[in-house]
Design a binder for this molecule. Structure first.
Ligand code: ADP
Ligand SMILES: O=P(O)(O)O[C@H]1O[C@H](CO)[C@@H](O[C@H]2O[C@H](CO)[C@@H](O)[C@H](O)[C@H]2O)[C@H](O)[C@H]1O
Length: 456
């Protein structure tokens, strides 16, 4: 079997493969760079994968060994064609050291360039571990010191995450993980980021985990059948031992601070009437595409369309600036000193130009509000007390959403309460995105955005 076919079979099964549900029709290797010769060997590949009518670039670091040790068998790709076995080298600490030392030394290898962000330093020679819960990319943690996020799908052009964190670090922002280094190449003639090395927040916990703990505590109390029905009905999110509202408010404050830094670093503009209409049309286009792909969404289109029509009628300038673009509880970490925001890449499925475009900061507020909704619902999927807990779930979501919005407005962010028309449309736009995301990546979670649309 040709190596391209071996890679295509493996690629189509990866969590981060964007063409889920459309099949992978063709794969071509567009760049092949040897990073480590010998045994084990390391090759850096960029492949162009055709699925449906789309062509996407992916980065694959291929390890090569004559015999695959047991610890690497779960990341086997297949026969390499030279008598060896190809596997996902990001799981091999013996090979990933090369990336860290290459970044520290500012190495060049074929079309690949590695380097540090000026003024930073970090330890090398450390073993890496792949971070569990791999999502759109793959992250390697080097000895609790640094984290290398290796992009899987590549968009030609500067990566917004590196661009934004470098700019915010220059402003002295305390709400980001300090960027330390990068690996880049040229793709379609433009500089394209392949990986970003950042300071690892060793003692931090992500917002999703913290919120989930709060929700779990609340549902355990509200679902405790040893209490009388009357007692259970009297349990509210505010009384639960794991109340999260204080953190939600602080998260709102941190979000407003990040937005103000983004505005200072990249500037602001205001949308005029025609651009406001275009914003509403953009939402309609996404809705149409999603209904075509996920017909269950069709029953909500009238309600969603009404909200988008309201946006088109908005008068008065709508302020826009660079934003996070895919803001949710999994993108924020609670450190010992406060909230830190990660992953300024924007939505992985959105074209790069759009991800770097100026947008309403309320898009991020809407993203986080959707995330509170997710956090309140996901533990109820298949829960025996689902119906009984749904009221307390809504209470948790409302309490944390309003604490977040209050913190955001208090710290100088655009007041979410005073901008309901736009905020509501942006929440719906995010829920539509989630419908497609869940249908493609996590079908068992599709009821989350669909149920919440039914209650909008
Ligand atoms: N600097 C960091 N310090 C500690 N953990 C991190 C750091 N960066 C990312 N993580 C962890 O990795 C997870 C995924 O990171 P993220 O940048 O959002 O990648 P992806 O785009 O693949 O979702 C985060 O939810 C967090 O748990
Ligand atoms: O973190 P990524 O950049 O990979 O973002 C993608 O995956 C997210 C899921 O991991 C997805 O977020 C959705 O699920 C979250 C819970 O897992 C929830 O908190 C978010 O509100 C919801 O949108 C995100 O949309 C997607 O782009």
């Amino acid at each position: 079997m040709a190596i391209e076919d071996v890679l295509a079979t493996w690629l189509g099964d990866q969590r981060w493969f964007a063409g889920k549900g459309q099949g992978l029709h063709d794969l071509a290797i567009v760049a092949d760079t040897e990073l480590v010769a010998g045994e084990p060997g390391l090759r850096h590949l960029i492949v162009a994968a055709t699925h449906g009518t789309a062509v996407d670039y992916y980065q694959i670091l291929v390890g090569l060994r004559h015999r695959l040790p047991v610890r690497l068998q779960h990341v086997r790709i297949g026969p390499s064609g030279d008598g060896r076995i190809a596997y996902d080298a990001l799981h091999d600490a013996e090979l990933t050291k090369t990336l860290l030392t290459g970044i520290a030394a500012g190495s060049k290898a074929g079309p690949l360039r590695m380097g540090t962000i000026s003024g930073t330093s970090f330890a090398t020679g450390l073993d890496s571990l792949v971070l569990a819960g791999e999502q759109s990319n793959t992250s390697l943690v080097f000895g609790d010191e640094s984290i290398l996020k290796v992009f899987r799908r590549l968009s030609p052009g500067p990566n917004p995450d590196l661009e934004v964190t470098t700019a915010l670090a220059r402003l002295g922002s305390e709400q980001i993980a300090e960027p330390l280094g990068y690996i880049e190449t040229s793709l379609e003639g433009v500089t394209t980021s392949l990986a970003i090395l950042s300071h690892y927040l060793r003692l931090a916990t992500d917002g999703w985990t913290l919120a989930a703990t709060s929700v779990r505590d609340l549902y355990a109390r509200a679902g405790d059948t040893s209490q009388t029905d009357a007692d259970r009905e009297n349990i509210h999110a505010a009384d639960a031992g794991g109340d999260f509202a204080g953190e939600s408010r602080r998260l709102g404050i941190a979000t407003a601070t990040v937005h103000s830094d983004l505005a200072a670093a990249f500037g602001t503009e205001e949308l005029g009437p025609e651009e406001i209409v275009e914003l509403s049309e953009q939402m309609f286009r996404k809705l149409d595409l999603t209904v075509a792909a996920v017909p269950e969404l069709a029953k909500h289109t009238d309600m969603i369309s009404d909200a988008y029509h309201e946006v088109a009628k908005l008068r008065g300038p709508v302020p826009v600036q660079r934003v996070h673009g895919d803001y949710h509880l999994g993108q924020v970490m609670r450190t010992e000193s406060g909230w830190v925001v990660l992953d300024f890449e924007g939505e992985p499925a959105t074209p790069l130009v759009q991800r770097r475009a100026l947008s309403s900061p309320l898009r991020d507020v809407a993203g986080m509000l959707r995330s509170f909704d997710y956090a309140s619902r996901y533990q109820l999927i298949g829960h025996p007390e689902e119906a009984a807990l749904s009221e307390v779930a809504r209470d948790w979501e409302r309490r944390n959403a309003s604490a977040f919005c209050a913190g955001y407005a208090e710290a100088g962010g655009l007041d979410p309460v005073a901008n309901q028309v736009l905020l509501r449309a942006l929440q719906l736009d995010k829920a539509v995105y989630e419908v497609l995301y869940e249908a493609r990546h996590r079908p068992s979670w599709l009821p989350i955005p669909l149920d919440s649309l039914a209650e909008f």
